[in-house]
Design a protein. Structure first.
Length: 318
């Protein structure tokens, strides 16, 4: 690699890392200002682990969040390189279809012109495509994340995952506190999934990619926030309860050996790695009483139940 190429790569990495800094800082700032300054009383009632320090390891999390920006730079550079080389095709067309005709047919001239045809059907098809691509991505990523997450909890790889678990009561900053190796492994799914989608389907829509990136960052902030934002009725129905909420992931940080999924609960339900079949009822109890519900027998019993679930998970992972 020549010096010029190496310099170009380094500058590109720095540029993408800088973008990651802006995005992460903005999201965290909005989140923290809302929960800690604008409406602290409201959110204090929705804190999942009441009585615990909100930022006991803030310095550690800030350092690792900053280091993890290296992962963002690598992923951004990889995505840009694959797109520029044509291996990733992004469709930037809107819901309106182009209607090429001639001005002679429309206004009596003989030069070409172009009009856009927008119909209810075209908007419906456009929306359906975006929804299908985004939902399909998160279904596949959730499977990738679940099994990868379980592997990072095995003795051989846990040293890479340990920095993320310094806080047993997570906060918004912890959402970006990862070992950069782990961050790159999970983050690489984004460009490589677009690459696979291009090979199979011929291209991916630009709006879908933007929406996926936004939702992925928002979900990470939500489940690490330490606050439950969803109403109790969400947990009464299997369909809505399949979407992972902060309470579900918070229990993973509290016990560490259960609730490994990142977006949906079905992998933990299927593999028996959730913190019990009645965890949704535990949320409902916490919600109605205004505090966190504990498993029968108190916190010690809850930790023991999680350990049993974790042993099962480890055996299955091995």
């Amino acid at each position: 690699m020549s010096l010029e190429v190496a310099t170009a790569v380094l500058l590109s990495l720095l540029r993408h890392s800088g973008i990651a800094v802006v995005v992460q800082t903005t999201l965290c700032s909005i989140f923290l200002i809302t929960t800690e300054i604008l409406a602290p009383v409201f959110f204090s009632k929705r804190r999942i682990q009441p009585g615990t320090a909100k930022f006991p390891h803030l310095r550690h999390e800030l350092i690792h969040a900053f280091v993890t920006l290296v992962s963002g730079g690598i992923i951004g550079y990889l995505l840009e390189t694959l797109k520029d080389s044509g291996h990733i095709v992004l469709d930037e067309t809107g819901p309106c279809t182009a209607d090429n005709t001639t001005a002679q047919e429309t206004i009596g001239g003989d030069f070409p012109t172009e009009t856009n045809s927008c119909t209810v059907s075209s908007y419906a098809q456009f929306g359906a495509r975006i929804a299908l691509e985004v939902f399909g991505y998160f279904v596949l990523f959730d499977a990738y994340f679940y099994w990868g997450h379980r592997l990072f909890h095995t003795p051989a790889l846990y040293f890479l995952h340990r920095p993320h678990h310094v806080s047993t009561a997570p906060n918004a900053v912890a959402a970006f506190s990862f070992n950069p190796v782990e961050g790159t492994i999970f983050g690489a799914f984004f460009p490589f999934s677009l690459l696979a989608w291009t090979w199979i389907g011929g291209g991916f829509h630009f709006y879908s990619m933007v929406l996926m990136g936004f939702l992925q960052g928002l979900q990470s902030l939500l489940i690490h926030s330490g606050y439950e934002f969803f109403p109790a009725w969400v947990f009464k129905y299997r369909l809505t309860a399949a979407f992972l909420t902060p309470t579900f992931h918070d229990r993973h940080h509290e016990f560490q050996r259960c609730n490994f999924a990142g977006f949906f609960t079905w992998w933990d339900d299927l593999c028996g790695t959730n913190d019990g079949d009645d965890w949704r009822n535990k949320y409902h109890t916490w919600y109605t009483k205004g505090r966190r519900a504990r498993p029968a027998g108190g916190a010690a019993a809850g930790a023991g139940a999680a350990d049993d679930g974790g042993d099962t998970a480890s055996k299955k992972a091995d």
